[in-house]
Design a protein around this ligand. Structure first.
Ligand SMILES: Cc1ncc(COP(=O)(O)O)c(C=O)c1O
Length: 400
């Protein structure tokens, strides 16, 4: 190889060259050596209001366990019973041998909770978005979405081959203008609550604008299902007319893993047979499905959990804001603290972890460049004292 070969030439010859030339690699290695890498942190305990990291307890403000159900005995029992009855895994896709009675029971429960005709359960929330967008849209169609929509939505659009149109974050006036100018079958896709900043869109207005323009709607309720809406059934459950399709995940309020799309029965049946990310992947394991079902039933009958997750989020947001931090969100159970500089966010993360508080760090591409954020979330299990301790620890160790 000539010493003068440039990177572009090497990249043109070998798909693995990008691994060696990865600009993030040096950062990651250096951060790891310095003990300030905030990703892939191994947790050594069940997920409660406290978790064990490096052998020490930390108050958990970095999970999506909004309803505090991840270590609930009734949910754990449901998993044990499902393993005894159905075994460890399904060893096949929903289409072939991987649909248990349990999947159908869960689909019926979710459809009723989300107030839709029918629901379809996927192995991950990511797959639910990927499948729905890539199956219903294709070349010649248009997908319009918020600039900060979740990656699974962006990836679904890429896979579909549809034209992608991006709207400024939560700017429904711009959505209206863009829809007026577009010509072709259109799907509008939006997160109801944004995963990093924790702010929300006005779903009522979004659906109204979209319908007036003749566009269909898909609302991602990953962070609102369980926390917002009637009995926690999501924001869309209270919107009239409803969005055409509503997506939810089981990996947050529902303390499990998997995803759902709910909507009119004919659309759900179409997805059941045509969605490749459903048909060509193994179905969720029995324990995950049973856990989700138990969690939905508890969420519906114990509305205090959603209320408590929201109250603690508000208390945390107020406390941090009063302490002088630039706070975002609290529309559901997510609270963001703006840091801007990625290194400052990372150092704040380390200081908080050392002081017994677990939070997450959001950097590009999870947030736009220059918008690093400390992402916190509350659960129904947090006590008032936990919130006070979190705020006091911030004030003591985080200088921004
Ligand atoms: C808004 C949003 N949509 C979809 C997903 C994907 O869900 P899952 O992690 O359950 O696959 C997430 C998860 O982070 C999310 O935040």
């Amino acid at each position: 190889m000539s010493p003068f070969t440039n990177v572009a030439d090497l990249a043109a010859q070998d798909v693995l060259w990008k691994v060696r030339a990865d600009p993030r690699r040096a950062d990651v290695e250096m951060s790891n050596r310095a003990g300030v890498l905030p990703y892939f942190v191994p947790v050594g305990s069940a997920l409660g209001r406290e978790v064990v990291v490096d052998g020490a307890p930390r108050l958990m403000f970095g999970s999506n366990n909004y309803l505090g159900l991840a270590d609930d005995e009734r949910v754990l029992d449901a998993a044990r019973v499902a393993i005894d009855r159905y075994g460890a895994g399904c060893t096949g896709s929903r289409l072939m041998n991987g649909t248990l009675e349990l999947h159908l029971e869960l689909e019926a429960e979710l459809a009723s909770w989300m107030r839709r005709d029918a629901a379809l359960v996927f192995t991950a929330g990511y797959l639910a978005n990927l499948a729905t967008i890539s199956t219903l849209c294709g070349p010649g169609d248009i997908v319009v979405g918020d600039a900060r929509n979740h990656a699974s939505i962006e990836d679904g659009v890429k896979l579909s081959g549809a034209r992608s149109v991006t709207v400024r974050h939560n700017d429904l006036d711009q959505l209206e203008q863009k829809l007026r100018r577009l010509d072709g079958p259109t799907l509008v896709v939006w997160d109801s609550v944004f995963s990093m900043d924790g702010d929300a869109v006005d779903v009522d207005r979004l659906v109204e604008i979209s319908r007036r323009a003749g566009a269909r709607t898909l609302i991602d309720e990953a962070h609102s299902l369980g926390v917002l809406g009637p009995d926690g059934g999501g924001v869309s459950a209270a919107v009239d007319p409803t969005p055409d399709l509503v997506m939810g995940t089981f990996s947050k309020s529902l303390a499990s893993c998997g995803g759902v799309i709910a909507g009119d029965r004919d659309v759900i049946e179409y997805l059941r047979f045509h969605a490749r990310p459903l048909v060509f992947t193994a179905s969720a394991v029995p324990a995950a499905v049973a856990t989700t079902l138990a969690a939905v039933r508890i969420a519906r009958t114990e509305p205090w959990r959603a209320q408590r997750a929201r109250t603690t989020a508000n208390a945390l947001a107020n406390g941090l804001s009063n302490a002088g931090y630039q706070v975002t969100g609290a529309a559901a159970a997510i609270v963001g603290v703006r840091v801007s500089d990625e290194w400052a966010a990372t150092l704040a993360w380390r200081a908080l972890m050392d002081a017994g508080i677990y939070v997450n760090v959001g950097v590009y591409p999870a947030v736009p460049r220059g918008n690093a954020i400390l992402r916190l979330s509350t659960t129904a299990a947090h006590t008032d004292a936990d919130i006070e301790q979190c705020v006091a620890t911030f004030a003591r160790v985080v200088r921004l």
